[in-house]
Write a protein that binds this ligand. Structure first.
Ligand code: HSE
Length: 402
């Protein structure tokens, strides 16, 4: 019998219990032995819940039980989740996590602790929810030199951007709708300001580069500045706006990471990723382009990825581990060689000044006294220097993903 404990009985934790129970025959067959949830750890009581008898409030009960070989950490945060994960790993219990914040901050250390104690720290569900992208990067794509990863990694913001485009609505009313539908948190800051995407692209970059990238150091712009005029002008010109986490390999082999909205050509597969769906677009030097698509959040989709890690840990123990990454942080700053085309929303009356400042660009369209313009390829420094000369004529700018 493979005895499992679940830390945190919220949305994902209860999903983990449901996947193990409903798919028990397949989960057990693939694990090589019967899988059973022995404990559920939560501070709360759940009177009447079918698994009420498994509830414990003290993590020590689980840590001290030698029958428990695998823990699922679905608590979130970097406080108790970090402490309990470390306690479990130090007792040789593998931990399978959906906690992107913890993996982004302490993933390298926790993998080292797991290796030292002959168990595994696995976290497929931390990026892209149910999309099997981490394991793909660490198994199927290991012959590749990954040159770029561009991901739609946040369902809340993708829902908002898609609805703004489809409904012609502005940001505030679409955010409200997302909250009413349960797609956005009451406090949506981490999603709409891009911090959630920064954590996920940092984890992908850690794997891509073998070095720790601190998500707090990733240049991050969210979607709060996107107006319905931006969306309308982009649409007219054949683009959708998507919030991308992007990691690009520089010529010197370092990796530039950023989170920002981009104009994406309608013909690009990332533009077809709508509503709460996520996708990760990976470019390798031999394979070329591949894309992994699916539900980036949600109870059962995310739980399915956690339980797949449980099966991996049960079958392979410590040998299932990702190769990991250095614990010392490296800079993820974009290189000065990076070049983009830029969309500029400017005051219609100042359009000629904008055009003169960025020769070689072209007009996109006009709405309500504002005009859209697309520059030629240029470096960030060149673009910012041009914008600073234009002052208040520039109302908004967005990079173009070519
Ligand atoms: N808030 C996240 C999202 C949940 O909207 O994608 C999944 O990490």
């Amino acid at each position: 019998m493979i005895q499992v404990a679940v830390f945190g009985y919220g949305t994902v934790g209860s999903g983990v219990v449901e996947v193990i129970e409903r798919n028990n025959s397949i989960v057990s067959a693939n694990s090589g032995d019967k899988v059973n949830v022995k404990y559920i750890l939560d501070l709360r009581d759940f009177p009447g819940d079918p698994y009420e008898s498994k509830l414990v409030h003290d993590v020590q009960t689980i840590i001290d039980d030698d029958e428990v070989s695998i823990c699922c950490e679905t608590m979130g945060g970097v406080g108790a989740a970090y402490k309990f994960t470390k306690m479990a790993l130090e007792k040789g219990k593998s931990v399978c996590s959906s906690n992107k914040e913890l993996v982004a901050k302490h993933g390298a250390e926790l993998m080292r602790v797991a290796a030292e104690h002959g168990c595994a720290y696995l976290f497929e569900a931390s990026v892209g929810g149910g999309i099997p992208v981490l394991r793909t990067l660490t198994t199927a794509l290991t012959a590749e030199r990954i040159t770029q990863i561009a991901g739609i990694l946040n369902g809340t913001t993708n829902f908002i951007l898609t609805r703004m485009e489809e409904d012609g609505a502005d940001f505030d009313e679409t955010l409200k709708k997302a909250q009413e539908l349960g797609y956005a948190e009451k406090d949506p800051t981490a999603d709409i300001e891009g911090h959630d995407t920064a954590r996920k692209i940092s984890i992908l970059t850690d794997i891509m580069s073998g070095h720790f990238v601190d998500s707090d150091a990733v240049p991050t712009t969210g979607i709060t500045g996107i107006t319905k005029t931006d969306i309308a002008m982009a649409r007219e010109a054949g683009y959708s706006i998507r919030l991308l986490g992007m990691a690009s390999r520089n010529e010197d082999d370092s990796v530039a990471v950023r989170v920002a909205p981009f104009l994406v050509k309608k013909s690009h597969p990332l533009a077809g990723v709508c509503d709460v769906f996520n996708a990760v677009f990976v470019t390798g030097n031999m394979l070329g382009e591949t894309m992994y698509y699916g539900k980036g959040a949600g109870k059962l989709a995310t739980a399915s990825a956690v339980v797949a890690d449980v099966i991996d840990a049960a079958r392979k123990g410590s040998s299932t581990m990702y190769s990991g990454w250095d614990e010392t942080p490296v800079t993820a700053a974009p290189s000065s060689g990076e070049r983009f085309r830029y969309y500029v929303r400017c005051l219609g009356a100042k359009y000629d000044d904008v055009q003169a400042q960025f020769p070689g660009g072209c007009r996109m369209g006009s709405f309500g006294g504002e005009t859209g313009f697309v520059t030629g390829m240029m470096s960030e420094e060149e673009f910012e220097a041009g914008c600073s000369k234009l002052g208040d004529a520039v109302l908004g700018t967005i990079r173009i993903y070519d």
